[in-house]
Write a protein that binds this ligand. Structure first.
Ligand code: IPM
Ligand code: MN
Length: 337
């Protein structure tokens, strides 16, 4: 396996170092190439993600990314020029974000409900395409638009991926949108789901508006198995999902090109957390669980299961005393034996 590693900014390098040590324990001999991308390179050279970087990254089987973002850079520059550019250039149309409440982990929700669902967030369209503009900027008459782009092709492929995932789980798919207001895109999403449903007769289908979904996510998360939704709704709902299932420190994600043409990218949902960077106290679990998703994506299921079990054991035995980044890594490597 050839793995491109982008440690990135803030706590990125700390959590990725631990995640790589865990990967190495279950699958020695992975060939890693480190790519220096993020705020430091940007300050040094002005580069965000060059064509040469992209070409080199394309020659790998997968990408492991820590976090991108730094308070010293104007918001949007690293996000658009690096993270989103990568997701778009590598056609990462399936943004996979599982949420599972591990045994021993307390949810802020009353009664510690069973939580085990996967959000399939569309990754290359919606309001993220940068399709918009502003006129009369800075005047009282300023007008800004941010157009949500939805193609039938883009919607259908992510819907089909979500159905397939539902079929191998509890066979229940929920579309989340806002069809009562966003009637053009909403109608297209709804029809795509209805049409693809014919191919998956054993999967039951539900629909929630995004606003109602934020309520259900905290009152009755057990109703969800697989959720399919657009890029922005998926961004929002997966932060709530992280919060109810043990915190964003445990939330892993995969940015997947389901056609396999380009390497898929695996990253914690959390950001670079500059407030705690360099202190050795970031939880590397989200990065480690991102490695689990990476291994499953490349067909290394046995190794993925082993790490998953070791993470589970670590989480179940964590007391109230805070553990450091390094300690968590050691505990998981010990559990792996
Ligand atoms: C995420 C992040 C990104 C997103 C930002 C940093 C561009 O919030 O991965 O969820 O909105 O997709
Ligand atoms: Mn987000």
């Amino acid at each position: 396996m050839k793995l491109a590693v982008i440690k990135g900014d803030g706590i990125g390098p700390e959590v990725i170092d631990v995640a790589l040590s865990v990967l190495n324990q279950v699958l020695p001999g992975v060939e890693t190439t480190e790519f220096d991308l993020g705020a430091q390179r940007y300050h040094r050279t002005g580069d965000l993600l060059t064509d040469e970087d992209l070409d080199a990254i394309r020659r790998h089987d997968a990408i492991l990314l820590g976090a991108i973002g730094d308070p010293s850079v104007t918001p949007g520059i690293l996000e658009r020029g690096l993270l989103l550019k990568m997701r778009f250039a590598l056609d990462h149309h399936v943004n996979l974000r599982p949420s599972k409440l591990f045994p021993g982990v307390t949810s802020p929700l009353a009664g510690n409900p069973d939580i085990d669902f996967v959000v399939v967030r569309e990754g290359t369209e919606g309001p993220y395409t940068g399709n918009g503009g502003a006129i009369r900027v800075g005047t009282p008459h300023e007008i800004a638009t941010e157009v949500s782009v939805n193609t039938r092709f883009g919607v259908e492929r992510v819907v089909r991926d979500a159905f397939a995932r539902a079929q191998s789980r509890r066979k229940h798919l929920t579309l989340i949108h806002k069809t009562n207001v966003l009637t053009f895109a909403g109608s297209m999403w709804k029809r795509a789901v209805d049409d693809v449903a014919v191919e998956f007769p054993d999967v039951t289908v539900a629909y929630n508006h995004i606003d109602a979904a934020t309520i259900y996510m905290v009152t009755d998360p057990g109703r969800y198995d697989v959720i399919v939704t657009d890029n922005l709704f998926g961004d929002i709902i997966t932060d709530i999902a992280g919060a109810v299932s043990g915190g964003i420190g445990l939330a892993a994600s995969g940015n997947i090109d389901a056609t396999g043409t380009n390497p898929s990218m695996f990253e914690p949902v959390h950001g670079s957390a500059p407030d705690i960077a360099g202190q050795g106290k970031a939880d590397p679990t989200a990065a480690i669980l991102s490695v689990v998703l990476l291994l499953r994506h490349l067909g290394h299921d046995a190794e993925a299961d082993r790490i998953d079990q070791a993470v589970s054991a670590d989480l179940a035995s964590r007391g109230d005393t805070p553990v450091t980044t390094a300690e968590i890594g050691t505990r998981i490597r010990v559990a792996l034996g």
